[in-house]
Design a protein around this ligand. Structure first.
Ligand code: PAF
Length: 290
């Protein structure tokens, strides 16, 4: 971590950010990019630190993208704390922060969408129709604005990282994708900006998610081959928390996200749970012994 807290430069417009990045690019400097929706936590900071270590210039975007939220979702109350975020990013020595407003990103007449098929369809795609269209569209826009050499995503949003990998490939974007491990609280809860919605009781109950994933790992390591049995045991753990509602508990192929029939190799356990109306997702790669 940098202690010589020099504030990152804050850019509100595409033009001003591009003007700032031009000399870096012209001088052959490597640009790392961490897209975020702000309300930064250690999970985001782990991505920022990786970018700082591997690049000459790190750009962080802070933009709560309206097009990835359905009307019934939490766009309006999504936590926003630009001053606090800038403070954290100063300590990391980030060079530039891009925090546009909605008119900068979606000016009147905006009418182009990026839709990734396949990996965007199951799991989150089923529960949140249109979500990945909004994510893919804003990510491609941000990539075009920043034109980074490398971009950093967190494994907590595993399906999102597959969607981004697919669009980078399909659209021939010259960007390396780095997906870094989920950062967890000491009791295992995956760090997420949405954790701030949880009451102390719900926060306590949320530990069932991590417990269910750990149990799945233990079962698979002990030789359990039946996804149905693993899912049944995971659901039992999750539903032991009063009021917990399961959107899905799934064991899927880590590349295609298709449900697995028998656990023979690495399998992704993916979970989405609602607690007091707050939706939490998490996942773990399960690896059978040998
Ligand atoms: O993961 C997120 O925070 C968002 O989905 C992203 C990638 C910044 C796009 O808005």
């Amino acid at each position: 971590m940098h202690t010589d807290a020099s504030r990152p430069q804050l850019f509100r417009t595409v033009t001003s950010l591009r003007a700032f990045l031009l000399p870096w690019r012209r001088n052959g400097k490597r640009i790392g990019f961490v897209p975020t929706m702000g309300a930064l936590h250690e999970g985001h900071l782990s991505l920022v630190r990786a970018s700082k270590a591997e690049n000459d210039c790190t750009v962080v975007s802070i933009y709560v993208n309206p097009t990835q939220f359905a009307p019934s979702e939490d766009f309006a109350r999504y936590p926003r704390n630009l001053a606090g975020d800038l403070e954290l990013l100063s300590k990391e020595g980030v060079e530039a922060v891009f925090a546009p407003d909605d008119t900068e990103m979606y000016p009147p007449g905006f009418n182009t969408w990026v839709e990734v098929r396949g990996v965007s369809e199951p799991l989150e795609g089923q529960c949140r129709p249109g979500h990945f269209r909004g994510v893919a569209t804003v990510v491609v826009k941000l990539f075009n604005i920043v034109q980074p050499d490398v971009t950093y995503f967190g494994a907590k949003d595993y399906q999102q990282s597959l969607v981004v990998r697919q669009l980078i490939r399909d659209l021939n974007l010259p960007i390396e994708l780095r997906v870094l491990p989920t950062v967890r609280e000491p009791d295992g809860l995956a760090m997420s900006s949405r954790n701030s919605y949880l009451s102390p009781q719900a926060r306590q109950k949320a530990t069932v998610i991590w417990k269910s994933l750990k149990l799945a790992q233990e079962l698979v390591e002990a030789g359990e081959k039946s996804p149905r049995e693993v899912i049944r045991r995971m659901e039992e753990v999750i539903l032991s928390a009063e009021g917990a509602m399961i959107d899905y508990v799934a064991l899927v192929d880590p590349e295609t996200l298709a449900p697995v029939e028998v656990i023979l190799g690495p399998t992704l356990a993916a979970v989405a749970v609602r607690l007091e109306g707050t939706r939490l997702i998490d996942n773990m790669m399960l690896c059978p012994k040998g």
